[in-house]
Design a protein around this ligand. Sequence first.
Ligand SMILES: [Zn+2]
Length: 352
Amino acid sequence: MAKILVIIPVAVVLLAGLAFSVFSKTPKVITENLQNRKTCSRVFSPEFNDGPYYQGPFFDDHFHLPSPPNVPEPKMMGVAMPQMEKDVTIEQILCHFDEEQTESAVAFYSPATFPFFPDFFYNNKKMVNAANLKQQVGNRMHLFFSPVPFDAAKIDALLAANPGIFDGLGELALYATHDKPDSPKLMAIFKVADKYHLPVMFHPDMDELQNTARAAKAFPNVKMMVHGYQLASDMAGLDKLMGDNPNIYYSIDSATLYADRGGLVTDTEEQFVSDFKRDFNKNLNEQLAIWKPLVEKYPTRFMWGTDRFVGWHYSEQISRLFEEFARAFTGRLPKDLQEKYAYQNAEALFTK
Ligand SMILES: [Zn+2]
């Protein structure tokens, strides 16, 4: 009995010590120094002869950052997600942006999930890596905080502790979590976004046009950025959603343009590229037929994006292909809409 009485407090002390060492460990910080980065350039040389090609700059309205160093993300459809520095560097990303004339991007920043503690658990909720990254990339990236889990109180506390770092919330992958856009959990998040004047990017599941409309009506001052083939599977419904709700914005990116190619996530780069090249002209014509009427109807609320997030999406080859598709697509829009779609509408989201 006496022995047990000794063992229990010892065990408690040991456990507490272990817990403390885990929680107080400094996260691995981004070590990249971008201050002396050389800018890159590339002459646009189209491969598919499908002009006229738009020649101006872009704003990538839907871009996923790899997770911070040493912070593994959960797999997606069995595919491991890339990490900064280990798989892709910010320098490589900025180099592709230079080459594509992508002046800026909405960059989704996901700080990690349990048990790989997010960097805001350290140092009084101050985010080490996000702050470091923002300080280095400036307006080249508008960081959006991608919260896991969807906990409005935690998001509020984090935004309060880290002012000036995040320009929005998202992507909230509702198609994967099966949360409704107008569920109490999401409505609480929109309330926080309203308080901080931040846009929210979310990706609804199938048949969520009504729920999306209810959220948009409840928070008319929150700019809601959506995308995905799920909403686009009912174009008349999407038209009505945008007509009724001036706070809905849509990015025509990979989640829509090549989603039916299926392999955006699970293919190897070689397989995806071979299908993409084979279908380039056909896909371009089909997508223009679908989107051009709506882009003309809502000229200030459609934006270009790439939705890069799997390791090989950050390659030079994909940068070239997506650039050419974007230049061909944009080049066939009416002249006065080209710059709006390519970058001005996205820029306007962030002009205070
Ligand atoms: Zn999405």
